[in-house]
Design a protein around this ligand. Structure first.
Ligand SMILES: [Fe+2]
Length: 382
């Protein structure tokens, strides 16, 4: 098969002097280059805009916009075009200035053909390498971008899986107590809303949410006879019950992404005035997540129905929590909680009920579809 000859490089020659311009053009054409000529800087830019121009050979001194101006314009608009400057004798300083501003070379006028060709070939070779480097860099950048996107999506999947695993764990725990997992999830919502009012964002917010979700995880280690006892607990049984923050902490503190939630689990029964358990911590020694959780948990406990009593109104619960600000609860946290307001808090609960109903309907539909008999195969004509 015959090899396709390479396309000659397009060289733009710019000079206001017709004779110089034409001589260079004829000589270079004879050498196999594809030459276009321009008599001014503006004309040169117009020609460059029409087709890819790897190389410009420009006179420095031209009436109006000179070679230096043209050099700057090319750097700006066609940064991949190489520029060789032609300078008059004694213009060395200006020529050096051109190199500083990005010209690849300069030649004295009139240039010798051999010098000119050497300079052109050097400039074209340098440009090829530079373009290859840019292409390679772009390819690398694209690869890094793609990999980053893949990694982000993998991390998101892991985070979602973690979250669902934790939810399953909490649901199992709530089922043991014959409660629904709504309590844990409502507490997460209230806790998150209060934390946001306290300008907590990002990872810290997620960790506090997880701490709230897992707060009673340690109850898994409390014997059924104590946990499920319908009546009042004896002092000995209370000792068993009060171990649950410690048990929870032991369970999850070794898991790296749960180390902060573990702190909240350990502190969730502490009280701001130091009368809680297990460590009788007070004030800011209690993790902020646990101080927020205490308010959220009390709200949910007071406003939820129990087998032995009906839940109270949000207004009553809010008033009670407000009254205990500074003693049982952190006053700053209570302030943020009050900021959400009765309507805001009730909406959080209502939204969860609505979401749960939607989910139940979707699950019902899935089950119904799965139970449908398969449709009869079509009867083929005999
Ligand atoms: Fe607890």
């Amino acid at each position: 098969m015959e090899a396709i000859p390479p396309v000659p490089s397009r060289i733009l020659i710019v000079d206001d002097d017709d004779s110089v311009r034409d001589v260079i053009s004829v000589l270079l054409t004879e050498e196999g280059y594809h030459c276009v000529v321009a008599s001014s800087a503006d004309m040169a830019l117009d020609l460059a805009a029409q087709d890819e121009t790897p190389l410009v050979i420009s006179d420095m001194k031209m009436p109006g916009k000179d070679g230096l101006w043209l050099l700057e314009a090319f750097r700006d608009r066609f940064p991949d075009t190489s520029v060789i400057m032609l300078t008059g004798y004694g213009d060395t300083e200006a020529a050096v200035d051109c190199l500083r501003r990005g010209a690849v070379d300069y030649l004295l006028k009139p240039p010798k053909l051999t010098d000119l060709i050497r300079s052109i070939e050097r400039a074209l070779a340098k440009r090829r390498i530079e373009l290859a480097r840019k292409r390679y860099q772009k390819k690398l950048e694209r690869k890094v971008r793609d990999r980053t996107t893949e990694l982000r999506s993998a991390l998101k999947n892991i985070a979602t899986t973690y979250h669902h695993t934790l939810l399953a764990l909490v649901t199992a725990l709530d089922a043991r107590e014959h409660e629904t997992s709504d309590h844990s999830q409502r507490v997460v919502q209230y806790t998150t809303a209060i934390a946001q009012r306290l300008s907590i964002r990002g990872t810290e917010l997620d960790e506090i949410g997880r701490g709230a979700l897992l707060h009673d995880i340690g109850k898994i280690g409390v014997p059924d006879a104590v946990l499920l006892k319908p009546g009042k607990l004896t002092p000995e049984e209370w000792v068993e019950m009060r171990k649950h923050p410690d048990i929870g902490y032991q369970m999850i503190s070794q898991i790296e992404f749960l180390s902060i939630p573990a702190e909240i689990v350990l502190s969730h029964q502490e009280r701001f005035d130091g009368t809680g358990y297990p460590r009788r911590l007070a004030a800011n020694n209690i993790h902020i997540g646990a101080r927020i959780f205490a308010v959220a948990d009390t709200l949910d406990a007071m406003t939820s129905d129990r087998p032995y009593r009906k839940g109270t109104t949000f207004a009553n619960a809010i008033a009670e929590i407000d009254r205990c600000g500074g003693t049982q609860f952190d006053r700053e946290v209570v302030k943020a909680f009050l900021d959400i307001g009765e309507q805001g808090l009730m909406k959080i609960k209502a939204d969860m009920v609505a979401r749960k109903a939607e989910l139940a309907a979707a699950n019902r539909k899935l089950l119904e579809d799965a139970a449908k008999p398969p449709s009869a195969p079509p009867i083929l004509p005999s």
